[in-house]
Design a binder for this molecule. Structure first.
Ligand code: HBI
Ligand code: FE
Length: 276
């Protein structure tokens, strides 16, 4: 049975990627031979450009972990990365045709499988792309899967997602993912830094998120974060800051069910609404 593509967030853009080649769990084989020299060149240019930006803006944990990705010049075979990643934190990458429904996504994370979109943006999309492509996933997400604390948080997040799906609380949990794993900031000894994949893989948003006076930056709190809506096709107007990855892991130690019940009755915050 061909699986249906997911529509991500509020965007009504037609999904990209060929979902007819996906299995029931939405995984597919990475068609590595299909990458063109232009695809590898796009990947290499994106990689070099982001690396130049990292000092003073990216989390030290990310900078320390990035070399373990081991894929700078060309789009790698995911199996080659899995050799190293599985040994490090028992995670493995699986190829997917693009965004997948939340339940499928949570199920893969709960099994310590990270879904990596296997297509790359076209050269004319070099500056900006809405959907996550292979560069966003490999450069933005995979390095921190080598970090034991984040690796465990990601699996606990997936397990929490399966429970949230049963409770109809996916939207609240998706906001936690968005404002941490995708667009999270961390306060390190050297100062404010970015650890979210959506920031680290974005040439424009990385300096903006750490240095611009425009957005508000609030301490991460489950209550405020889970009530804060987000936009998927513009820079964030609110960022949430943690003091360490242990804080993320500790958050998932609690039972979210009573929290969901309490938050359901409270008003939501717009993405740009000020105040804690
Ligand atoms: N699918 N491939 C892919 N990658 C994601 O990061 C992703 C997804 N589907 C849903 C999703 N993320 C978010 O809605 C999560 O918050 C669940
Ligand atoms: Fe992502």
């Amino acid at each position: 049975m061909a699986v249906q593509p997911a529509v991500y967030g509020a965007s009504e853009r037609p999904p990209r990627g060929d979902y007819t080649r996906a299995a029931d769990d939405y995984t597919c084989a990475q068609n590595w031979a299909a990458y063109t020299e232009e695809d590898h060149d796009t990947y290499h240019r994106l990689y070099l450009r982001q690396c130049e930006q990292l000092p003073g803006l990216a989390s030290e944990a990310f900078v320390a972990a990035l070399p373990q990705l081991g894929a700078k010049e060309r789009i790698p075979r995911f199996d080659d990365i899995n050799e190293r990643l599985y040994r490090a934190t028992r995670w493995q990458l699986v190829a997917v045709p693009g965004l997948i429904p939340e339940l499928a996504f949570f199920s893969l994370l709960a099994a310590r499988k990270f879904p990596v979109t296997d297509w790359i943006r076209r050269p004319e999309e070099f500056e900006y792309i809405v959907e996550p492509d292979v560069f966003h996933d490999l450069f933005g997400h995979v390095p921190l899967l080598f970090n034991p604390m984040l690796a465990d948080y990601m699996q606990r997040y997936g397990e929490g997602g399966l429970k949230a799906a049963r409770l109809g609380a996916c939207e609240m949990l998706a906001r936690l993912y968005w404002y941490t794993i995708e667009f999270g900031l961390i306060r390190e000894a050297a100062g404010l830094r970015a650890y979210g994949a959506g920031i680290l893989s974005s040439h424009g948003e990385l300096p903006y998120s750490v240095q611009s006076p425009a957005p508000q930056r609030l301490p991460l709190s489950l209550e405020r974060t889970m009530r804060t809506r987000y936009k998927i096709d513009s820079y964030q107007q609110t960022y949430f800051v943690i003091d360490g990855f242990e804080q993320l892991f500790q958050l998932t130690a609690q039972d979210f069910e009573p929290l969901y019940a309490r938050l359901r009755g409270l008003p939501e915050f717009a993405a740009d609404e000020r105040g804690a």
